[in-house]
Design a protein around this ligand. Structure first.
Ligand SMILES: NC(=O)c1ccc[n+]([C@@H]2O[C@H](COP(=O)([O-])OP(=O)(O)OC[C@H]3O[C@@H](n4cnc5c(N)ncnc54)[C@H](OP(=O)(O)O)[C@@H]3O)[C@@H](O)[C@H]2O)c1
Length: 299
């Protein structure tokens, strides 16, 4: 029988994955801060001009009733608070899948809830919120899921590979998360600070040079932290993502333009923490970290 997924974080990515799981036959419930006593809500997904309306069960985080499979898709800084709001519904059989940018949160949740079975994922799907429970699916991508030390897919994963066009079990998910983090450490703060599209990082010579210097610094941290493959391919990977997403505004630029908190603490902040532990200097990343925080202070 297909797992019953509860989705915590009913924004762009949460609604996208909840509707995909629902279409594949999973019971999928959205967890809302307040369900206004409704048992279902309609979710609108816009794709290439067409709109699909899907009725999904909803539940308030504070309701009762056990959660067997929990997908967490809040912003990184909301994860711990959001999971705490449903902690009374979790037990040692609960599987939690964290699909959130940045790193460090799985470790924090393992400390908070030592008996929880925690999985991690990363996705290049693109979506944004038009209104509450109304999203636009802007671009298809790949989703990688795994659990450190687990080479074989979890039993529930089969349903995920059916639900999504491109979803793989990654036996080395930590490496995938680190590579994504390393790429984000370059593209996100630079585009947010310079108020530019991703492609400008390849078009403007002064930014292209800064991309190279950042890649060198992050490669040294990656090597010291044991992510040797990520270090070797980093500049090529960053250049490839810049070319593939040339017309995109990074999520950090969108957050800055919208006057919203960014996820810098979980992206560059995590990298700086690792650099500190490994005794590697990271002045360029530190400077970007401070500049993004300064932008946030001036909202
Ligand atoms: N959007 C993309 O294309 C994309 C692609 C790849 C990765 N990601 C990553 O995926 C994560 C989610 O991004 P997103 O764009 O989907 O963000 P989002 O649209 O802002 O959605 C986050 C949702 O979490 C909800 N939430 C926060 N705290 C909650 C709580 N305590 N209880 C219940 N709901 C809570 C928010 O509700 P409120 O609005 O009420 O606060 C919001 O609906 C981020 O880490 C992002 O970097 C996004």
């Amino acid at each position: 029988m297909a797992a019953h997924w509860h989705v915590l974080g009913a924004g762009a990515i949460g609604c996208l994955f909840a509707t995909a799981l629902h279409r594949s036959g999973c019971t999928t419930t959205l967890l809302l801060r307040d369900s206004a006593s409704k048992s279902t809500s309609s979710v609108l997904v816009q794709r290439s001009g067409a709109i699909t309306e899907i009725q999904l069960p909803v539940s308030a985080t504070g309701d009762n009733g056990p959660i067997t499979h929990l997908l967490v898709t809040t912003k990184a800084y909301d994860v711990r608070g959001a999971v705490a709001a449903v902690a009374h519904r979790l037990n040692s059989d609960t599987r939690l899948l964290l699909l959130v940018n940045g790193m460090g949160l799985a470790e924090a949740l393992r400390e908070d809830y030592p008996t929880l079975d925690i999985y991690c994922g990363t996705t290049t799907e693109g979506a944004y919120r038009i209104a509450p429970l109304h999203i636009r699916h802007a671009g298809t991508g790949q989703t990688r899921i795994g659990k450190p030390g687990q080479t074989e897919p979890a039993p529930w994963f089969r349903q995920w590979s059916r639900a999504l066009d491109s979803c793989v079990w990654d036996a080395n998910i930590e490496r995938a998360l680190w590579l994504k983090l390393a790429i984000n450490c370059v593209i996100n703060p630079l585009t947010a600070i310079h108020d530019c599209h991703n492609g400008d990082l390849a078009r403007r010579p002064e930014l292209t040079m800064e991309v190279g210097r950042l890649c060198d610094e992050i490669a040294a941290i990656s090597n010291a932290a044991g992510y040797v493959n990520a270090a070797a391919d980093l500049e090529q990977a960053v250049t490839g993502v810049i070319a593939d997403t040339a017309n995109n505004r990074s999520s950090m630029l969108q957050d800055v333009q919208g006057g919203r908190r960014t996820e810098i603490d979980y992206i560059t902040g995590y990298l700086l923490a690792v650099a500190g532990r490994c005794g590697i200097a990271a002045p360029r990343n530190k400077s970007l970290f401070e500049r993004v925080h300064n932008i946030e202070l001036n909202y």
